[in-house]
Design a protein. Sequence first.
Length: 125
Amino acid sequence: MHAAPRPLMILVAGPYRSGTGDDPAKLEANVRAMDRAALTLYRAGHLPVTGEALALPLVKAAGGTRPGDAVFDEIFHPLAERLLARCDAVLRTGGPSEGADRMTAAARALGLDLYTDIDDIPAPR
C-alpha cells in the first residue's frame, strides 16, 4: 500500500434505511456504524464525511418528519451527491443499500477512488 500525498476527503457510504423498516433505533445503529468508520479514517489522518451528518439536520430544519417523506427525498441523497463532488474517495461500508450503491456509482462516474475495505486506504504522508 502506498501513502496518499495528502489527507483525503472520504465519503463514508453505508446503509441508512435499508433493512430497518425505518425503525429509529436501527437507523441510529446504521449512523453509528458509519460514524465508527469515519472516526477510524480521521485517526488515520483523513477528513471523513457522511451525508447523514449533513443531511439529517437539514431535513429536520426543513420540516421533515420521517425518512422517505417529501422533505427527506428533497435533501437526503441530493446533498450526498453534492458532497461527493467535493470528495477524493468513497468508503463503501455495511450491507445492501440502494443509497450507498447510488453513491458508489456516482463516485465511479466522477473517477473517484472507491474502497470497500478501510485497510486498503493509503495513509497520508
